[in-house]
Design a protein around this ligand. Sequence first.
Ligand SMILES: Cc1cc2nc3c(=O)[nH]c(=O)nc-3n(C[C@H](O)[C@H](O)[C@H](O)COP(=O)(O)OP(=O)(O)OC[C@H]3O[C@@H](n4cnc5c(N)ncnc54)[C@H](O)[C@@H]3O)c2cc1C
Length: 402
Amino acid sequence: MRVIVLGGGVVGVTTAFYLSRHGCDVTVVDRASQVGDGASHANAGQLSYSFTDTLAKPEFLARIPGLVLGRDRGVKVRLSPRLIAWGGRFVAQCTSSQAKANTIAVLKIAMRSADLLTELREELPFDFWHREAGKLVILSTEDEVDGARANLEVKREYGCDAELLTRDEAMTVEPALEQMRGDIAGAVYSRSDEVADSQLFSAGLRDLLEAQGAVEFRLSSRARKLVKADGRLRAVVVDDDTLEADAFVVCMGAWSHELLRTVGINPNIFPVRGYSLTLPPGDASPMVSVTALRHRMVYSRLNGLVRIAGFADFRGFDTSADEKRSKLLLDLARRYAPEAADYGADDPKAWGGFRPMTPNGQPHVGPTSIPGLYLNTGHGMLGWTLACATSYDAANLITNVH
Ligand SMILES: Cc1cc2nc3c(=O)[nH]c(=O)nc-3n(C[C@H](O)[C@H](O)[C@H](O)COP(=O)(O)OP(=O)(O)OC[C@H]3O[C@@H](n4cnc5c(N)ncnc54)[C@H](O)[C@@H]3O)c2cc1C
C-alpha cells in the first residue's frame, strides 16, 4: 500500500515509522529542508503524560475580556474572522463537563503514548536527550490547589499517578524551587513524566527509516493541493509534480487547514504561537520539569541545558513580534526564577513555534469524509507527548488494523 504523509514534524515522522511497520510504501513530504522544523523544533520537550488539562474550561471564560484587551503579558490576541469562528467553538467547550471529558480523552492518549515510547526506546539506536525527569506544576493560590485536588481525583480514576504536594514537600522533591518560594501554595507532582527533544527524535527517526530503505523523505517540497477523483482522494500536488497514492495522511500541524481547504475540509485548527529559549544552567536549575501555571512558563532540563518556553499568542501566522516576545519571556523567566539559567548567555537560542490548537484540545486522528484522506493533526500544546499514540492509531486505521 502506498501512503503519502504530508508534513514531517514529530507527528508526521512518527506516523511514517508506524506505517513502515505495516509494510507500507511511505513517502513523507515537507516544505522545510529538514524534519522537525515546525512546532516540533524547540518546544519545551516535556512528555507531559499526566498534565493533559485542556485550555478550554469554565475559569477561562472570565479571562477572555482581559486577554482581548491585552492585560495578560503571556497572551496576545489579534481579532480576525478566523479567530472569532474558532473562538466560538472554543467557548462552547468551556463547560465543566466538556473540560472534564476533553482532559480525560487526552489523558488516555497520553498514557498510551508513554507506553509506546517506552517500547520504542528499547529499539532506537540514537540519543534524543530522553530523561525520566518528573514534573511539578506550581500552584500559586489556595484556589488553584483546591481546583487541582478535584481534578486529580478524577484523573486518578483513569490511572494517572500524579499527587498533590505542599510547598515544603515540593521543595524536597526539587530544592531549586526555593528561589520561587513566595509564589508556591502547592504543586502537582507527576513522577512518571519525562523530557526529551522532539527535533532530535524526528531527525533520528528519519535517519533510521532512510537507512533501512523504509521511507522516502521528500524535503524542501511544498504540498499545494489535494486532488479528488471518482469520489476519493487520488493525488497531491507537490511543487510541480502530482503524486498518487492509495492513502494520504495530513500531519501538517498548524498549517493543515491550508491544504485541507483545497478539498473543502475545515479541521478548525488555529495557530497559537509560543516561544522558547535554550540556555546554559544557572546556579540553581531545576532537574525536575517545572510548569509555572500562572506565569504561562515552563522550565525543562534537556541534556544539561535549560529550555524555558511559554506564552500563547493568538495572532494568526504573524511573526513580527517574535523578538519582543522572546525578550519578554527572558525577562519574566529571570524575574520568576533568577538562578534557574544563565540568562546573560550570548545566544539564548530564541525560537517561536505555532501550536496547532483545536477548540477542544483533542487531536484529529483517522479517516475524513473523503475516502483515502486521513488526519493526524491538531495536537495543540501536547504534540510531542501524544505523537506515539496518535501515530500508532493513524497507521492502524489507514491499514485497517483495529
Ligand atoms: C513554545 C512551545 C512549547 C511546546 N512545548 C511542548 C511540550 O513541552 N510538550 C509537548 O508535548 N508539546 C509541546 N508543544 C507542542 C508541540 O510542539 C506540537 O504540538 C507538535 O510539535 C506538533 O507537531 P506536528 O508534527 O503536528 O506539527 P509541526 O512540527 O509543526 O510539523 C508540521 C510540518 O508541516 C510542514 N508543512 C507545513 N506546510 C506544508 C506544506 N504546504 N507542504 C509540506 N509541508 C508543510 C512544516 O514544515 C512542518 O514541518 C509546544 C509548542 C510550542 C510552540
